[in-house]
Ligand binder design. Structure first.
Ligand code: TXA
Ligand code: MG
Length: 331
């Protein structure tokens, strides 16, 4: 398949919209990461997403809308706390899981009786969703297991020749995916920390149960939790405590070492050093691009300095731990 490279100009959006209407697969930017979109109501198109990504069929997709009126065909009811969250954070990086309508094909929700919906806040996503006026199922536009794409070139790296088009809208400003919450129960449940923080959720709904960690052998609150994620080719370790000391005692002289940190350290010049930036917003914004860049450098191992857990660091930390497969050293 020949992948079209499109811009955000009006005629290109119209082309991308036509492709979506005719069952095609189109990658497009959102404020979090690039998504790989297909008409959520077209089962064959949605199956194409799973094939192109190599995604396990039991991991449900998020449905993207531009207008709240579209909710009518997607969910059976809107719980009060979901409504409050939509008013507070839509459009924005928040996905809300609700009871699904029978119109939503089972492959979108991976046979669950719920569907996750989000209204992105990105002008290009908005233009495209509005032009096609369809609910668009879209996971992150990476090959399954790889770091999520934050620029169009990352999408091409993973999916060139496997999808119909990529709409280039520059780099994504948040850089980590949306927060996923389940609004079907009495209390809101946090399934994945993301662009909207735990503290922001609590400020709106009062009580939030954390369900964003997964124990081997149990049923995860969100199917995506049990899979390897955000993994570059190198082995990743999260380092706690004294970074310099832990890295120097762990590093193997025969391996090419990558360092991702937010502090200043004196490490051997042979190490490939990447700086995460100075604020949690910058950590989030650069994380996935750094992980992909380490692959280009051909490092064997990456040591990542741990971050805190408040605000946006919560989402950054979640991605770091997953990319490391929970391998933690130091302290
Ligand atoms: O920011 C984002 O959310 C990006 C952009 C493209 O919108 N999308 C994204 O999709 O990150 P994906 O498929 O990579 O991650 C969706 C996560 C998965 O962990 C999945 O298991 C969970 O959301 N999820 C989706 N629908 C769900 C449902 N009905 N119940 C529980 N978890 C659900
Ligand atoms: Mg993903």
């Amino acid at each position: 398949m020949n992948t079209l490279h499109l811009t955000s100009a009006q005629e290109d959006i119209a082309r991308a919209s036509d492709l979506l209407k005719s069952g095609g697969l189109v990658a497009f930017p959102t404020e979090t990461v690039y998504g790989l979109g297909a008409n959520a109501l077209d089962e064959a198109a949605v199956q194409g997403i799973f094939r192109a990504k190599g995604r396990p069929g039991d991991n449900p997709l998020i449905v993207h809308i531009w207008d709240k009126a579209q909710l009518e065909q997607l969910v059976v009811s809107i719980p009060a706390n979901a409504k409050a969250l939509m008013d507070a954070f839509w459009p924005g990086p928040l996905t809300i899981v609700m009871k699904k309508s029978p119109l939503v094909p089972d492959c979108v929700s991976a046979n669950l009786d719920t569907v996750g919906v989000r209204m992105p806040q990105h002008p290009v996503a908005y233009d495209l969703l509005r032009a096609c006026n369809l609910p668009i199922a879209a996971p992150s536009a990476n090959r399954s297991g790889r770091p999520s794409p934050t620029i169009a070139a990352h999408v091409a790296e993973d999916l060139e020749g496997r999808i119909d088009a990529i709409v280039d809208g520059g780099s994504c400003c948040v850089g980590v995916e949306s927060t996923v919450v389940d609004a079907t129960g009495e209390h809101l449940r946090l399934l994945r920390p993301g662009g909207i923080t735990y503290e922001q959720l609590v400020a709106v709904v009062g009580r939030v149960e954390r369900k964003d960690t997964y124990e081997e052998g149990t049923t995860p609150a969100s199917p995506g939790m049990k899979y390897t994620h955000y993994s570059p080719n190198a082995t990743v370790y999260v380092v706690r405590g004294d970074f310099e000391k832990a890295v120097l005692s762990h590093a193997n002289p025969n391996q090419k070492v990558g360092i991702l940190c937010h502090g200043d350290f004196s490490l051997p010049p042979t190490f490939v050093l990447r700086h995460m930036g100075a604020t949690p917003e910058q950590y989030a914004n650069t994380l996935f691009a750094h992980l992909r860049a380490f692959d280009k450098d051909g490092v064997d191992v990456i040591y990542v300095q741990d971050v805190g857990q408040t605000g946006l660091n919560d989402a950054v930390r979640n991605r770091l731990y997953k990319s490391a497969g929970y391998q933690i050293i130091g302290e």
